[in-house]
Design a protein around this ligand. Structure first.
Ligand code: FMN
Length: 381
């Protein structure tokens, strides 16, 4: 019996992913001053016990004002390290790897939690708004606050934020770090011509719009140990006239790879501006972003992670078998079913599917075997 690729370990630098299932980063908006709470411990324990190969902790601010909401996690203070270390230990206890997504929200910072509307915070509102920064003074949407165009000191502060956050991620024991370059946040807004109108060295052509992204990647790589991987999450296409194309992202991937970035995590969307309508014309289909991971993998000869409506074990296995990606990231389906790895192991006929679970569970489930119950046909009256 051959092992499905989904359950075949992947070695990268000095770390081993025990399988290819990765928890995609998911903001929980429940941190207090950037610190991990009990909620986060419970949230991550579900996935670790479910048998994932790795997880990426939610978008975590490299500066206080670089958080999306007041409830976002941070690595901008040493006080954030102990809580993050507990999350790492939750995964390590199950033989899984732990990564953290570090980023700066740029012009999409200072917003309300999704269930409070996700709009920009009001200066006099119950939660105080703060000043946001971006490559150019263009709001994320019409009617939103206008960010301040970044000046030399801002570049230095953000670079330093990434450097210090990477140090703290290391102190917390993370196995890998992911740079957040997607979804309309700061690095994405530098890359996209829809949001970057600068006329200095950080704007203009592709090389100019990539410059700050590459500086950040170099900063992170200079701190992060050789034996640990660096991921980069990109919006690989803006799906909008004048925005980022897959070819642009392949060019970026080549440059990132040359600077020691190991994996491109290929997402899309998020650059909603008054300039172009970047909303998808139709609801996304299963695997709607897989072609981006495939394009980068082939075009830049880079390891990729596919994400976006990957819900079925056969679908995940087909992506890997086709050579479209090396890792499969899942967000919402894992929230619905943290035992997805077990269900995938059964669906893909893994010899001992219960082995994905911790032994105190696996032992009893193996002994019990499969049991199903069929309700009796309804009685006619
Ligand atoms: C609750 C929630 C929070 C999210 N937070 C983040 C985040 O912190 N960083 C990020 O890059 N993407 C974030 N995403 C996007 C997911 O990582 C993922 O790319 C997206 O949900 C598509 O995958 P799925 O179809 O498996 O859910 C979030 C998604 C959800 C549902």
């Amino acid at each position: 019996m051959t092992t499905p690729l989904l359950f075949t370990p992947l070695d990268m630098r000095g770390v081993r992913f025990k399988n290819r299932i990765v928890v995609s980063p998911m903001c929980q908006y429940l941190a207090v001053e950037g610190r991990i709470q009990d909620w986060h411990r419970g949230h991550h324990a579900r996935f670790a016990l479910g048998g994932v190969g790795a997880a990426i902790v939610e978008a975590t601010g490299v500066t206080r004002e670089g958080r999306i909401t007041w409830g976002c996690t941070g690595l901008y203070d040493d006080a954030h390290v102990p809580g993050m270390r507990e999350i790492v230990e939750i995964y390590h206890a199950q033989g899984a790897l732990a990564g953290v997504q570090i980023g700066h929200a740029g012009r999409k910072a200072s917003t309300a939690r999704p269930w409070e509307g996700a709009g920009p915070l009001e200066p006099g509102g119950p939660e105080q708004a703060w000043e946001t920064i971006a490559p150019s003074a263009i709001p994320a949407r019409p009617g939103w606050h206008t960010p301040r165009a970044m000046e030399a000191a801002d570049f230095e502060r953000v670079r330093e934020g990434f450097r210090a956050a990477t140090h703290r991620a290391l102190a917390a024991g993370f196995d890998f770090v992911e740079i957040h370059g997607a979804h309309g946040y700061l690095l994405h807004t530098f890359f996209s011509a829809l949001s970057n109108r600068r006329t200095d060295a950080y704007g203009g052509d592709l090389a100019g719009r990539m410059r700050f992204l590459l500086e950040v990647a170099e900063t992170v790589r200079s701190v992060w140990p050789e034996e640990k991987p660096v991921f980069y999450r990109a919006t690989a296409t803006d799906d909008a006239e004048g925005g980022i194309t897959l070819d642009d992202t392949i060019a970026l991937a080549r440059e990132l790879k040359a600077r020691g970035v190991d994996v491109m995590d290929c997402s899309s969307g998020g650059i909603i501006t008054g300039v172009a309508n970047a909303q998808p014309a139709a609801p996304p289909k299963p695997g709607h972003q897989v072609h981006l991971a495939a394009g980068v993998r082939r075009g830049a000869d880079m390891t990729t992670m596919a994400v976006g409506l990957i819900v079925d074990p056969h679908q995940a296995e087909e992506i890997l078998q086709a050579g479209d990606a090396d890792l499969i990231a899942i967000a919402r389906e894992l929230m619905a079913d943290p035992n997805w790895p077990l269900h995938a192991a059964k669906a893909l006929c893994v010899e001992d599917p219960y082995a994905v679970l911790p032994e105190p569970y696996a032992f009893y489930l193996r002994r019990r075997g499969e049991v199903s119950y069929r309700p009796a046909p309804a009685q006619r009256t």
